[in-house]
Design a protein around this ligand. Structure first.
Ligand code: GLA
Length: 384
């Protein structure tokens, strides 16, 4: 019996009704655009979080994981900001927000096995939320996994859990990626209307690979920096009289910038408007099979995030600079920034050499050893 099922059975005295899993993600491009009603282009990672679960006939949630000794019991109606604390908030928050959305969910017995690296900017929290949401959908007959609309409803509930219960003011990209992204495709996500488009993404056909490097520099989205960026974007949109910075046409960017009162707002706005434009340029370049252009756009995105949006850091810049010096077609930080992971577009035959060069550069700079690995686009939340 697999360890997850075994632990569940030992803990609760009965076998789980099933096991569900959901992936982490890397975003190819479209960073800090989701909360601006913009575009993003994530892929689902092969790394998944699994959750073994059984429904209960009361409102009690009993939550445990293979990675942590915590065993938390909480009633759905008692779930609130900071209740429960820590990672169990992501589990409890999902049941709470599904109920808030009007779904008839009851309690659950849950054991989680998280295989998405933690704190690496690869959306381990969205993977956890989405695995629990998938379980709840099946166990309480919500029937939401079978349609794009249903999956969007689950993703929205997961985002609300993260915002309102776990207290991280994130946009919806991570949960949408975990719910909608499919194998061998990137997900073009329009965060204004929620529309999703599957874009073929199979670098192996070109003998290329996507190298992810977890810098292991700490990153915490709940700290003030992420919220500060959101606030600046909202202020800029207010001044410009638009609902979202998405509404600023790239061809009218200079006029918009001239209306903003300070340099910080101008740079934040320039990042968002140019980054949204780069997403469809990458989609087009992928359709044409033009990886050199994809790489160029990745690097332009990194420069914009580093210089205009100011969410990069020494470690992320070092990965990008080293990968480019070693022949990557492009490289950029991915996710919220301030640490976490970077991606590089490299010939498959060079992946090992680039990995070694990045490790050497970190050792040379006396930084914690990073972890690099190649990824392919994997599938969404599902019953195992
Ligand atoms: C984090 C958030 C996302 C998104 C990215 C930046 O991953 O969770 O909603 O804003 O940062 O693109």
């Amino acid at each position: 019996m697999p360890r997850l099922t075994k632990t569940f059975t030992a803990r609760f005295g009965h076998a789980p009704e099933g096991v569900w899993s959901a992936p982490g993600r890397v975003n190819l491009i479209g960073e800090h655009t989701d909360y601006n009603g913009g575009l993003a282009l994530p892929i689902a990672l092969p790394h998944r979080t699994r959750c073994a679960a059984s429904p209960r006939e009361d409102d009690l949630l009993r939550i445990h994981s293979l990675q942590d000794d915590a065993f938390v019991e909480v009633l759905i109606q008692d779930v609130a900001p900071d209740m429960p604390k820590g990672w169990t908030a992501y589990v409890a928050g999902v049941l709470w927000s599904l109920r808030e959305a009007g779904y008839a969910v009851r309690g659950l017995d849950v054991v989680v096995d998280g295989q998405v690296p933690l704190g690496a900017g690869l959306s381990s929290s969205a993977a956890l939320e989405c695995s629990v949401a998938a379980a709840a959908s099946d166990l309480f007959g919500l029937d939401l996994l079978g349609s794009v609309e249903g999956r969007s409803a689950l993703a929205a509930a997961c985002q609300r859990a993260e915002n309102d219960i776990a207290g991280a003011p994130t946009g919806g990209m991570d949960q949408a990626a975990s719910m909608h992204a499919t194998k061998k495709h990137a997900l073009r996500l329009d965060c204004r209307d929620g529309a999703t488009t599957q874009v073929p993404f199979d670098l192996s056909a070109h003998d290329f690979t996507l190298l992810v490097t977890d810098t292991r520099a700490s990153h915490a989205l709940a700290d003030g920096q992420y919220g500060a960026r959101r606030d600046s974007c909202e202020t800029a949109a207010d001044v410009l009289g638009v609902e979202f910075l998405r509404d600023v046409d790239p061809s009218a960017l200079d006029e918009a910038l001239a209306k903003l009162p300070d340099d910080v707002l101008r740079r934040r706005t320039r990042h968002v408007v140019t980054e949204i434009a780069r997403v469809d340029e990458v989609v087009e370049a992928l359709r044409q099979g033009d990886l050199a252009e994809v790489g160029r756009l990745f690097t332009a995105s990194h420069e914009s995030l580093r210089d205009d949006y100011e969410v990069s850091c020494t470690e992320l810049d070092l990965v990008v600079d080293t990968a480019l010096a070693e022949g990557a077609l492009g490289a950029r930080m991915t996710g919220g920034g301030f640490g976490g992971s970077a991606i590089a577009l490299v010939p498959a035959a060079d992946a090992e050499r680039v990995t070694a060069a990045i490790a050497a550069a970190f050792a040379n700079a006396k930084l914690t050893a990073p972890i690099s690995f190649s990824v392919t686009a994997a599938g969404p939340a599902a019953k195992d």
